[in-house]
Structures are given as C-alpha cells and as structure tokens.
Design a protein around this ligand. Structure first.
Ligand code: NAD
Length: 519
C-alpha cells in the first residue's frame, strides 16, 4: 500500500546504530523485499544490557503493516513453491556462505543487544548456520515415498508439499540461532514466512534478512514484522497463516499454542525449562565440575538448555567446594570485553527477578554458598550483571526450584540413590533436557531409559541436538507434535499428500459398489 513508507538506505549493521549524539534509529519492518519504516507511533527501546544505552527502537507494527507482510508472503508463495527445489537449496548454499562472511558483524550485533560474550554470540550464529547447512540438502529431506503395485496396476506415492505462509515468533536469548531454526527450513520446503523477532534484540534478524536478500531469496519469501503481544495475536488469528513456530516462555507459548490452534493452524511451541544433572559418586570429577560450571553459568544462565539444577547422589559437599572455586574464577564483564566469561542478563527486570528468586530460596532454607547478586563491574556500573550464584540444600517445594530462574544460578540438591534422583527429575513439570555424569554404563543406561526428558545427556551437559536430529523437548517444555528442525521440522512445514494411480489396461470388471480391496 502507498501508506507503507520505504526506507531507501536501511542498514542493520552495528555501525548504523547511533553513536553518541546521533539520533536513535528505528528498526524497519521487512515486507516484500523492502525495509519499510513503520507508521506506528509506539515503539519499544532496544537496550544494551551492559550499559543501558538505547541501541535502537522497535516499532509496534500497525495492523495494516502486518496485513501487508502477510499479503507479500501470500503473493510470493505460488511462484516460490514452483521454483525447483535445487534452486531453493542454492539460496541456502549462498546464505550459509554469507553468514560465515558476516559472522563477526552478526556476533557484535548480538553482544550489543543481548549482552552475551562475543565468543558465545559466534556460537549462537554458528548453531543457526548449521540449520542453514542442513537445509541445503532439502531435496533429500523432503523426499516422499512410493509403493508400487498396491493393487493390480495401482501404485501409491506420497509427496510433501509446502503449506503456504508460515510464521515464527522468537525469544531474546538466541537472536540468530532461533530465527535460523525457523525460516531456512520453512522456505527451503517452499513456504513463505513472516518472522517476529524478540522486541529485545531484533538486530540479528535484520542482518539475516539482508543476507537472505543478497543470497537471492525472492522478495516476499521472508518478511519481518516487529512488535509485542498485538503482533503475536495478529499472527495467531490471521486466516492466511498456516503454521506458527514459537520459542519462548510458557506463558506466551501456551497462549499462542491455544489461540493459533483454535484458528486451525499447526503450532510447534518450544518453551521453558529446568534442566537437571544427576551426579553419581563415580563421575569423573574434573570433567564433571567443568561441565556443571560451563552449563550452569554460560550465557549467564540464559539458555533453555542451561543446567540449572545439580542433583548429587551420595553427598554434595566435596563437589560444591570445587564448583565454588572454579565459578569464582569466572570473569563477569561486558560481552565486548576480551576474556569475559559471563555477560549481563537481558534487563533490569530480569536481574530483579533472578535476585528475588535467590532470596526466596534463602528465606525458605537454602544455603547461598556463592552469591553473585551484588557484583560490581568496573566501567559498567549500570549493567544488569549477576555473578555466578550457587544455592545448596534446595528442595523441590521451594519457589526457586519450581520457577525457571533463567540466570547464572545453579541449585544443588541431594539424593540418596539414582532412583531417588530420577524421581526428583521426573516430578518436575519441565522436560527439556537432563544429564547424568557417571562412569557406570549400568547407571547411564538406567537413566536413559527411565528419565522423562526429551533430550538426554550422558556425560554431556547441554545435549542440544544437531540439525539432522530434532530439538526434542517434552512435557511442559514443548507443545505440539512435530519438533524443530531435523525430519520433524520438514514434516512440520509440509503437508503430506498421498496419490494413488492406476496405469494398466484391465478387462472390464463391471460396476461394483463394494468397498475396493486389494486381493
Ligand atoms: P517470552 O515468552 O517473554 O517472549 C518470546 C516471544 O513471545 C517474544 O517475541 C514476545 O514478544 C512474545 N510474547 C511474550 N509474551 C507474550 C504474550 N503474553 N502474548 C503474546 N506474545 C508474547 O520469552 P523470552 O523471555 O524472550 O525468552 C526466554 C524464554 O524462552 C525462557 O523461558 C526459555 O526457556 C525459553 N526458551 C526456550 C527454548 C526451547 O527451545 N525450549 C529456547 C530458547 C528459549
């Protein structure tokens, strides 16, 4: 529509962001291959969590602009679905090359808006890049099935066809990886896409849109609209959107799951977590402690596969002392500073929530053996920093255990036996991931078969599967039936069609009204 306002020279590169004294830019929407400034008068500030500086502003997209994005995706669909699959794959081949080229730029953007360290931000991009690489093999992944001669002269085959317009709604914690879990699989299957990045860190999605254009993705195949609840509700309600991918909290995820399903859409909803590690007395000490410290405090605990609870079988004291030693040695600083291990958490509200949950644990009887709540980071006095925190003697009735903390806080619990430990984990409502550390194959095998979690680690702390498998969170950590990426991801973004054909000259059998059978 004429009322959409084209931005002629948008660049999402970090250099385009305001330096001191420059006006703060508004992040454009990306509709029909154009970066368009929103007409909306309302916006949300994107804040650097290490400094509180406003990086940019995210518009609350108007309904008209939202409709235009879906319209662009709908118009682009017929041509794109008929584009040879080899040509669609080739766009992904090019995109993976461009993501590699711009890895540093993407990582700097993520660190600026999200706070994680530059090295961790590169990991964020890389884990998404692997999904793009996987999508390069879509010709094989999207193959159908064929059985010849199911009856006389009759063959049956199934084909996987794209759905149409699909949408993705993203969380703040992996600004590159999660958009890349979504749109590369969707579009290479032949769908078109409307992406809503997190309003807290939209920059990586914008850079990826630039790269997708450069890679040759046709106009309208990928669109980006910004906003918060209203934009999300528009996605759920829109008649032209066929499928919704969501990653984020349970509150938003269950709302989206039911609202979009009520409109007949398929939904995959990856949600919150409380990931446990069971540590057996026979576990290898050095490797286990390193794993607990890395997975408990890495990314300041803001990973859905962070290990937030350690259940020690047969006493925790000796383990705790060494965890404290190694965790205390971690450097908490702005993510752009070299040698930083932990950056800030995303917002002041997030820090307040983390500190409140730690305090509630202490008030209900937990021992704080390492307390990072009052950390001061020289040069970044306004940053939302929380240092590594270890709460011991936690029990499963405490609020700090029942709630997802999503910060650098490791809870320590004790169990008398492997059975008891498995029971603790299985009683927790979440089922994203769980790990065991042991040198006993018998314990590991028992754990693997009895644990109720979708992703299981054996001497591995964060078992996030590579894209040829799927991300298989379960219980309250997932709603839907087809998981992200891997075979399930392709199934999610395609409709199966089963064709039965007869090509044989047969003597006339006359008219039969009985149910056809093949005998
Ligand atoms: P969030 O739910 O606050 O936000 C996610 C998205 O939902 C955002 O785009 C936001 O605009 C939208 N949203 C939020 N509240 C909404 C509402 N009431 N109605 C409609 N839309 C709403 O999540 P977050 O804080 O950005 O991300 C952290 C959460 O994501 C954690 O719970 C974490 O465990 C989870 N997460 C899960 C996975 C996984 O794969 N299971 C991966 C990453 C993050």
């Amino acid at each position: 529509p004429a009322s959409l306002h084209r931005l002629s020279c948008f660049s999402a590169s970090p250099q385009a962001y305001p330096l001191h004294g420059n006006p703060i830019s508004r992040v454009p929407n990306f509709i029909g291959g154009q970066f368009l400034e929103s007409r909306s008068e309302s916006s949300i500030d994107v804040i650097n969590p290490a400094t509180q500086e406003i990086v940019s502003r995210v518009p609350l997209t108007t309904n008209e602009e939202f409709k235009a994005a879906v319209g662009a995706a709908k118009s682009a669909f017929p041509k794109w679905r008929n584009t040879p699959i080899t040509a669609r794959q080739r766009v992904m081949f090019k995109l993976q090359e461009l993501i590699r080229r711009d890895m540093d730029k993407l990582a700097l953007n993520i660190t600026t808006e999200q706070g994680k360290t530059l090295k961790d931000a590169q990991g964020d991009v890389f884990r998404g890049l692997e999904v793009v690489e996987h999508a390069c093999g879509m010709g094989t992944l999207q193959m159908g099935e064929y059985v010849s001669n199911v009856s006389h002269g009759i063959d049956t085959y199934s084909i996987r066809e794209p759905l149409g317009v699909c949408a993705g709604i993203c969380p703040f914690n992996f600004p590159a990886m999660i958009p890349l879990w979504m749109f590369p699989v969707a579009v290479t299957c032949g769908n078109t896409f409307v992406l809503k990045p997190s309003e807290k860190d939209p920059g990586a999605s914008m850079l990826l849109a630039e790269l997708a254009m450069e890679a040759g993705l046709p106009d309208g195949v990928l669109n980006i609209v910004h906003g918060a609840n209203d934009t999300v509700n528009n996605i759920c309600d829109d008649e032209d959107i066929r499928a919704v991918s969501f990653v984020g909290s349970n509150t938003a995820g269950m709302h989206i799951y039911s609202r979009a399903a009520a409109k007949g859409k398929r939904v995959q909803s990856n949600m919150g977590a409380k990931n446990h590690a069971i540590i057996m007395p026979d576990a290898s000490p050095d490797a286990t402690i390193n794993a607990l410290v890395a997975a408990g405090f890495g990314a300041a605990g803001q990973r859905c596969m962070a290990l937030s609870t350690a259940v020690f079988v047969g006493g925790s004291k000796s383990w705790e002392d060494e965890i404290i030693k190694r965790a205390s040695a971690l450097k908490v600083n702005a993510g752009v500073e070299p040698e930083t291990d932990l950056g800030p958490v995303i917002s002041r509200q997030a820090k307040d929530r983390i500190c409140r949950l730690v305090q509630s644990g202490i008030d209900s009887g937990a021992r704080v053996v390492l307390d990072g709540r009052n950390i001061v980071v020289p040069g970044y006095k306004d940053g939302n920093f929380v240092g590594p925190t270890l709460l011991a003697d936690v029990s499963s009735d405490m609020e700090c255990y029942k709630e997802e903390i999503f910060g650098p806080v490791l809870l320590s619990m004790q169990a008398d036996s492997l059975e008891d430990a498995i029971d603790i984990v299985n009683r927790n409502k979440y089922g994203n991931g769980a790990s065991i550390f042991t040198t006993s194959g018998v314990s590991a095998r028992k754990f693997q078969s009895e644990i109720e979690a979708g992703q299981v680690g054996i001497n591995v702390p964060i078992p996030v599967p590579l894209p040829f498998f799927s991300f298989t969170g379960s219980k309250a950590s997932f709603a839907g039936d087809l998981n992200f990426y891997g075979k399930a991801g392709v199934q999610f973004f395609t409709q199966i069609k089963t064709v039965t054909q007869q090509w044989k000259d047969l003597p006339s059998q006359g008219v039969s009204l009985a149910m056809p059978t093949s005998q």
